[in-house]
Design a protein around this ligand. Structure first.
Ligand SMILES: C[S@@+](CC[C@H](N)C(=O)[O-])C[C@H]1O[C@@H](n2cnc3c(N)ncnc32)[C@H](O)[C@@H]1O
Length: 352
């Protein structure tokens, strides 16, 4: 998923039902990012596409939030519409403020997460002071505090044109560090695209880790693949955690390991098949569902399956490959031999 899912481009955003001959809709893109159906986006179509495409999938953020222990308060820098915040909220954390330079993203954040927002450029000292004083006023000092957020990634992305150290956006991490210092959280989570690792042969990544290390006792990082966390899309992200008062943790193995996710990922069909067929160019977001929810993912999206239950049930997909083992001894060779997985996958997905 990215911000240009409405463009046919190289064909990777076409709806799987080719008879509809169209790219995915906004409603479908939000589903593929794991925003619940009750999450409402504000702004123009372009603004909404940016919000959806830029977001960290909430279901991934939810699982990351679990590792931070007892839930407390969250300050969301570069909050966008609130993908990260939604995941932390599902995990019991309270967002005390969101801040972004994009008015429409903050409208969405305010409508869905918290109305305490700061609109402005984080490079501006006055904006940083506004963020610090609002956070001081809102936080509960007896609860843990975590700062989350990822500066914009275009400058870092391998797909971006201005992938250079000269791109001003690449220096936003310094403002991030200044704010972490001022807010004094127990830990912080800095997320970004995987392209930051290879930029200038790793020099930029080392610089970022070094800068983050000046405001943390320990810094650890991981690459996480959204599909291994039950999100119906293949996209990786870099997650950096800075530990201040929080004891350092390791991110455990994801619910779907690589081989399981290769053979039995949560599919786009599982995510979207209860949504109504539409014509190319039609919005369709106001149309009724085409059917009752038939998969766990659809139940999750409609608020009919609690988030922890959805994540717990992901492991049932391992049962699917085990049952195939009895026939072939090797699930991957089963796929190669042409087993039709569709029916089995649907059976697992349906088991609520
Ligand atoms: C990758 S998106 C964040 C996505 C968000 N974490 C989520 O999960 O929905 C990065 C955000 O940084 C914001 N941004 C870019 N430059 C900024 C600046 N100078 N000051 C504040 N926010 C900025 C963008 O408007 C964008 O919403």
């Amino acid at each position: 998923m990215n911000t240009y899912f409405t463009r046919p481009g190289n064909g990777c955003h076409l709806h799987y039902d080719f008879s509809q001959l169209r790219t995915i809709s906004y409603r479908e893109a939000a589903r593929l990012q794991s925003f619940p159906d009750s999450f409402h986006f504000h702004g123009s179509k372009t603004a909404i596409a940016n919000q959806i495409g830029n977001a960290v999938p909430p279901i991934l953020a939810y699982q990351l939030a679990q590792y931070f222990g007892t839930p407390g308060d969250v300050v969301d820098l570069f909050s966008g519409c609130g993908g990260l915040a939604q995941g932390f909220a599902w995990a019991g954390w309270r967002s005390i403020l969101g801040t972004d330079i994009d008015r429409y993203a903050l409208d969405t954040f305010a409508a869905n997460i918290t109305s305490d927002v700061v609109l402005g450029d984080i490079r501006d000292q006055a904006i940083r002071e506004q963020i610090s004083s609002l956070a001081r006023a809102k936080r509960n000092p007896s609860r843990p505090l975590v700062v989350v957020g990822g500066p914009p990634c275009q400058g870092f992305s391998t797909a971006g044109k201005a992938r250079s150290r000269e791109d001003e956006r690449n220096h936003l991490f310094k403002d991030y560090c200044a704010l972490v210092d001022a807010l004094d959280p127990d830990a912080f989570l800095f997320e970004n695209v995987t392209g930051i690792r290879t930029m200038e042969k790793g020099a930029v990544f080392r610089e970022i880790l070094e800068a983050l290390g000046t405001v943390a006792n320990e810094v650890r990082w991981w690459e996480v693949a959204a599909d291994q966390y039950g999100v119906p899309q293949r996209r990786k992200r870099v997650i950096i955690v800075g530990f201040r008062r929080l004891s350092p943790f390791q991110i455990p193995a994801p619910p779907l390991d690589q081989s399981l996710s290769d053979i039995a990922p949560v599919s786009v069909f599982e995510a979207l098949s209860d949504l109504p067929p539409i014509k190319a160019g039609e919005d369709g977001s106001a149309l009724d569902y085409a059917s009752a929810p038939i998969t766990n993912y659809q139940k999750l999206m409609r608020g009919q399956l609690p988030v922890p239950d959805y994540v717990a049930k992901l492991s049932e997909r391992a049962g699917l490959t085990q049952s195939m083992d009895t026939q072939t001894t090797d699930p991957q060779s089963a796929a190669k031999k042409g087993f039709d997985l569709t029916e089995d996958l649907l059976r697992v997905a349906l088991r609520a």
